[in-house]
Write a protein that binds this ligand. Structure first.
Ligand SMILES: CCCCCCCCCC/C=C\CCCCC/C=C/C(=O)SCCNC(=O)CCNC(=O)[C@H](O)C(C)(C)COP(=O)(O)OP(=O)(O)OC[C@H]1O[C@@H](n2cnc3c(N)ncnc32)[C@H](O)[C@@H]1OP(=O)(O)O
Ligand SMILES: Cc1cc2nc3c(=O)[nH]c(=O)nc-3n(C[C@H](O)[C@H](O)[C@H](O)COP(=O)(O)OP(=O)(O)OC[C@H]3O[C@@H](n4cnc5c(N)ncnc54)[C@H](O)[C@@H]3O)c2cc1C
Length: 663
């Protein structure tokens, strides 16, 4: 054990186990999580042969497939059915590979469960669970990802044969990007424009078999393939798909909420957007997923910062641990606080999703819009925080952060597409703004509105209650004030533009930056509120609560300092109050410092899950880096063939022109 890390753990003032329990919803869940992680770590088959970064793309794909199929069988043998528990096992078993079947379990099966009729579920789910059917969610096209009403793929109903005929009429209508579509899947859910009786009925989901279930060759009229190497996700065969007069039976349209009868009569759903449900489900889960990404980067960067020493503090004296530099703390501790904030908010989003989804199942769609706004906003807010935070963690590791040995570049390329997939983040923020503007008249009137948004109608002339003590309640009020004011500003801007003669749509289009500011401020407030509520309700001892409260305050104060203009432009905070906040920020960095390592230990990631030479629990960073380097295929031969092919002839040629000087 590295002595600095051992010392860090000794000096912690709280019990990390209590925090681990709080993060993973109780000691029983922690026990199960550890059991599954250990089972995966000890499994010889999952040990792997060489580091993923030294493998070709095809090798990465094959290793990922082999491991995931092995793990699915193991999980079935162990009787583990809960998706979260399965994820814990897989995360520890194959952390470096993006599963080519992720869309099968993450979107294909859930879409059938949520959008299929009873008969469709009975028909497809058993085959999907036993991998006879391997599916994906094929929505995005080369020409359209965001504007899904503009999708071009058509599904035209033919009443004479009671079939839909699917077509990709243009190059841009080709499905493009779906995970596992290229080579792995034999079927998919295709989002297509439904046409019955010659009329367009909007986009709907259709089950389409794309490959023969025995030979895996393409079905007639189907062309598909891999889209090529990407920034990350290279063990996944994100694919393209072109459909030419592909016929599927009427029963293959997912008909839980809308129907096409035998004669082609269209029965619409109660709400057209109910068919977007799988996206809402995944967005709700992306929040915790972002917390996972950012927390892993924090574990790596904070442990490494405790081990790494750089620069003599006094001449001839010992070099300081880099974690002792205030600037390093300022970069890392707010991110640590953010990771906690996102874990707690993710938990909230998942619970809220389950609550509203069951109301929807029971036929009550009243909260659908609000659920959409919350999930879209938190998905965007959390993925932005995660991506930017991972990059800061990488920079905090200096040169070694740039190596795949650190594990951080992999985290970055794995998590950054979260800002784009499941709804590009700016577009998602505009959906939040649309929701807020829609209820704005009710907010102003003081009409009946959800508690999430009540504060948005507060008196904007009020000033901050902040004192030198910096209470959490005052911090939350500051966020609420900023969100209310930015919303009011955006609304006023739109009204002014309308008064000046613009149409409402033109006024909206000319205000999307202001609307995005308002939506982000709303999401930020949501996170601060959730974090502070969970901390104040947490059943933990006083020392643990103190540490969590410090983290929560740091999250809030850092959010204010980073967006200071928005908090002071209307004079809400006085300059005096801003200086309280700046002083408190510095105090909190010092207060968190002795607990930083214990706070990252509390995330409870086994080394294998982190896959990082820098983030090892034992802190043996330097021998691990050396071992990793030795594994490079470059080092398999003392002299590479390329020396004889290129360097030697070049040297010979050069030396003939200018004879070599004696060394
Ligand atoms: C327990 C563990 C379980 C684990 C399982 C889950 C695993 C998840 C873990 C996650 C981790 C990693 C995931 C990796 C996988 C990545 C794979 C990626 C997949 C994809 O990317 S799939 C494709 C995703 N595509 C999109 O997201 C498209 C984005 N575009 C849209 O959503 C829409 O086009 C739009 C919202 C931008 C606009 O839609 P449109 O129909 O044009 O609507 P508007 O005119 O703007 O608004 C009209 C009204 O509709 C309301 N609305 C819009 N969307 C919804 C919705 N989804 N639900 C409800 N209501 C909606 C909108 O509010 C308007 O209402 P109003 O008229 O104002 O009342
Ligand atoms: C790794 C990865 C995996 C994916 N997996 C799948 C999958 O399994 N299945 C699937 O169907 N899709 C998948 N996708 C596709 C993904 O869902 C889309 O890329 C995403 O929805 C964004 O759409 P787009 O690419 O058309 O971006 P665009 O909409 O073209 O965005 C480009 C820019 O235009 C801006 N913009 C676009 N529209 C607006 C607007 N209305 N207002 C303001 N700004 C706007 C955006 O903010 C962005 O800056 C995946 C993508 C990636 C990267």
């Amino acid at each position: 054990m590295n002595p600095d890390l051992a010392q860090e753990r000794r000096r912690a003032t709280f019990d990390p186990e209590q925090v681990t329990s709080l993060l993973y919803r109780g000691p029983e869940n922690v026990r199960k999580r550890r059991y599954l992680q250990n089972a995966a770590i000890q499994d010889q088959v999952l040990r792997g042969s060489k580091p993923w970064a030294f493998q070709s793309r095809i090798e990465q794909y094959e290793t990922a497939l082999q491991m995931y199929i092995y793990m699915m069988n193991k999980l079935d043998e162990m009787g583990v059915t809960d998706p979260l528990e399965r994820m814990y096992y897989q995360e520890a078993g194959a952390p470096h590979y993006y599963n080519p079947m992720a869309l099968h379990t993450g979107m294909f099966i859930p879409s059938i469960e949520k959008q299929g009729t009873k008969e469709q579920k009975e028909r497809w789910l058993p085959m999907a669970r036993s991998l006879q059917l391997i599916g994906t969610y094929a929505q995005t096209e080369m020409g359209h990802g965001t504007f899904i009403r503009g999708l071009e793929t058509t599904a035209t109903y033919d009443p004479s044969s009671q079939e839909f005929v699917l077509n990709s009429p243009t190059v841009t209508s080709m499905k493009f990007w779906p995970g596992g579509l290229g080579k792995t899947s034999n079927c998919c859910l295709v989002m297509a424009q439904l046409i019955t009786h010659g009329k367009k009925r909007g986009i709907h989901l259709f089950f389409v078999q794309i490959r023969d279930l025995k030979t895996h060759r393409h079905m007639p009229g189907v062309e598909s393939g891999d889209i090529g190497p990407k920034f990350g996700f290279n063990s996944n065969d994100n694919g393209y798909l072109k459909l030419s007069n592909v016929r599927i039976p009427r029963e293959n349209m997912l008909m839980r909420y809308s129907k096409v009868l035998e004669d082609g009569t269209y029965v619409p759903p109660t709400n057209q957007r109910i068919g977007y449900g799988t996206m809402v489900f995944v967005r709700a889960h992306i929040v915790t997923n972002s917390a996972r990404g950012l927390s892993k980067a924090c574990v790596i960067a904070i442990r490494y910062s405790a081990v790494r020493r750089q620069t003599e503090v006094s001449p001839g004296g010992p070099e300081a641990q880099i974690i002792d530099y205030q600037t390093q703390q300022y970069k890392l501790f707010p991110l640590l606080a953010t990771a906690y904030a996102m874990y707690f908010t993710g938990r909230y989003a998942e619970d809220y999703y389950e609550q509203i989804a069951s109301e929807i199942e029971a036929g009550n769609l009243e909260s659908l819009n609000q659920l959409h706004a919350v999930c879209a906003g938190l998905k965007a807010f959390s993925t932005w925080a995660c991506t930017a935070g991972i990059e800061t963690c990488r920079l905090c590791c200096g040169g070694h952060g740039y190596s795949h040995a650190s594990g951080i570049p992999k985290l970055y390329t794995y998590y950054t597409p979260g800002c784009t997939y499941e709804g590009e983040n700016n577009v998602m923020m505009l959906q939040v703004a649309r929701f807020l503007m829609k209820i704005y008249p009710d907010i102003k009137r003081g009409g009946p509105i959800h508690e999430f948004v009540q504060y948005l109608g507060a008196d904007l002339t009020q000033k901050s209650c902040m004192t030198e003590e910096v209470a959490l309640g005052c911090l939350l009020k500051a966020f609420q004030h900023r969100a209310a004011r930015l919303l009011s500003d955006a609304a006023a801007r739109i009204e002014n533009l309308v008064r000046s003669g613009k149409s409402r749509q033109e006024a909206w289009d000319a205000s999307t930056v202001a609307l995005t500011w308002a939506a982000k401020a709303y999401c930020h407030t949501f996170v601060v509120r959730t974090f502070s509520q969970i901390v104040s309700d947490a059943a933990v001892d006083k020392s643990t609560k103190d540490v969590l409260t410090a983290l929560c305050k740091l999250y809030a104060i850092d959010g204010i300092i980073e967006n200071l203009g928005e908090f002071i432009e209307d004079g809400f905070f006085s300059p005096h109050q801003v200086s309280f906040l700046k002083n408190k920020l510095a105090d909190l960095l010092a207060e968190i410092r002795p607990n930083a390592v214990a706070l990252v230990d509390a995330f409870d990631y086994p080394d294998k899950t982190l896959d990082s030479c820098l983030g090892r629990y034992d802190g043996q960073v330097y021998p691990a880096l050396y071992e990793y380097a030795k594994n490079s295929p470059f080092n398999e031969q003392e002299v590479l063939d390329s020396y004889h092919k290129f360097i030697k002839p070049a040297q010979t040629e050069q030396s003939q022109r200018a004879p070599m000087a004696r060394l």
